[in-house]
Design a protein around this ligand. Structure first.
Ligand code: RIB
Ligand code: CA
Length: 303
């Protein structure tokens, strides 16, 4: 089993990704960051998720503010509490005293993959303190960016837009990188059929995830008039635990940090007519969505 550290901003899809990772990998720790919701809330949500999964996975709280630029949140898509306002599981877990950055610096080694599901602020802070950190770990699998359209802006995806300077630091770190952008995650759509498959498992985890999926579908119905929604963060977990479900393309990914209209855009060289810029990332271009949904649903089977 792969050894992972999940850096996240739960977040409905982050919580589902955590449960998926706990089933298919050795999750060494979870580090949290401000993103969908403030870091105190994303930390509380991560603690509740690991308590629900009944694991001793430690949670390290991280950056409250972005590396640069204004602090933004995404509660419009995840609810003010970050988990769609669904019924919360009571528990007595607390986060570790060590900060996320100190954990990443001291305890992540050559066999560990970091799966980054929120703004990349914690990773950038770590690189600021040790510029070789990215080359000393197995790799970083990122949910973020896009080879096509954005979501938070016409050209930028939320995680990258929320801290473009941090993203630029990660993409120039020399680490082995995998990127699951919106072009990929929008191939993994959940529907009411997914909710039924999950609900039929009748476990605590499956009831929790069914409620999260229903929240996402209700939001989609309001936004686009249909109960069909992309599941972003689990893709970045699967890119490490189930790479055969994907097609990847080696590309140069650069981050726009100055543009008035394009800040946070992932500028990806996919030219076929000229020599490309030197690649730094495995960009995911296709996922076997049917099989991926099956793996995600099956991960919720055990109590
Ligand atoms: O743009 C999608 C990303 O933004 C996901 O990680 C989701 O959780 C939000 O953080
Ligand atoms: Ca996220």
């Amino acid at each position: 089993m792969r050894s992972l550290v999940i850096d996240c901003d739960p977040g409905c899809d982050d919580a589902i990704a955590i449960l998926l990772a706990l089933r298919h990998a050795n999750v060494k720790a979870i580090t949290t960051v401000s993103g969908n919701v403030p870091v105190a809330q994303s930390t509380a949500n991560a603690l509740m998720t690991v308590a629900l999964a009944n694991t001793e996975t430690p949670v390290y709280s991280g950056a409250r503010l972005p590396f640069s630029g204004p602090q933004i949140h995404n509660d419009v898509n995840h609810g003010r509490d970050g988990l769609g306002g669904i019924k919360r599981h009571s528990h007595s877990r607390t986060s570790e005293s060590k900060s996320a950055c100190n954990f990443l610096l001291d305890c992540v080694s050559k066999d560990d993959w970091v799966v980054a599901l929120g703004p990349l602020t914690n990773l950038a802070q770590t690189l600021e303190r040790d510029s070789d950190w990215g080359k000393r770990i197995a790799g970083i699998s990122i949910m973020g960016g896009s080879t096509s359209v954005g979501n938070i802006s016409p050209v930028a995806e939320f995680n990258t837009f929320a801290d473009p300077q941090a993203a630029a630091k990660v993409y120039t770190s020399g680490a082995k990188l995998k990127m699951c952008g919106l072009n990929l995650t929008h191939q993994l759509q959940v529907t009411d059929e997914t909710v039924s498959m999950v609900s039929d498992l009748r476990t605590a985890k499956s009831s929790f995830v069914a409620a999260l999926l229903n929240f996402l579908l209700k939001r989609a119905e309001r936004l686009i008039g249909s109960r069909c929604a992309p599941l972003h963060d689990p893709c970045a977990v699967l890119a490490v635990t189930h790479p055969t479900l994907f097609e990847f393309e080696e590309c140069c990914v650069e981050i726009e940090t100055q543009g008035a209209l394009t800040s946070g855009m992932t500028v990806i060289d996919q030219r076929t007519t000229r020599p490309r810029l030197a690649p730094n990332t495995l960009v995911a271009t296709h996922i076997d969505a049917t099989e991926a949904i099956k793996v995600i649903v099956d991960s919720l089977e055990t109590q």
